[in-house]
Design a protein around this ligand. Structure first.
Ligand code: HEC
Length: 75
């Protein structure tokens, strides 16, 4: 998960800027309810304090999907 450690983790571990935290499925439930496509689009295009591509410039769409599933695990 090298990509995750230097991108998403910067905000999604401590909840920087209001980011839903990894390991806190309760913070992901309402977001996951939007559907995987909406979550992926918000990751690619940005969403409020969430920057476009989440600082992972070399991530492909499938990488983002895997990272989202990993962070939302259990929700
Ligand atoms: C600079 C901080 C930052 C980084 C880096 C970051 N995020 Fe986020 N992310 C946020 C914040 C803040 C929110 C909450 C936005 C809101 O709901 O207002 C968020 C929300 C999200 C959401 C939920 C969007 C929704 O529709 O509710 C997803 C999915 C997400 N991030 C994925 C990622 C992925 C994948 C990465 C790494 C590739 C990443 N983020 C990197 C700050 C960040």
């Amino acid at each position: 998960m090298a990509q995750w450690a230097r991108s998403c983790a910067l905000c999604h571990v401590n909840g920087e800027g209001g980011a839903p935290r990894v390991g806190h499925p309760d913070e992901w439930i309402a977001r996951v309810a939007q559907g995987e496509t909406a979550l992926l689009n918000h990751t690619l295009e940005g969403y409020n304090n969430m920057p476009p591509l989440g600082y992972c410039m070399d991530c492909e769409a499938e990488d983002f999907s895997a990272l989202i599933r990993f962070m939302a695990d259990g929700s």
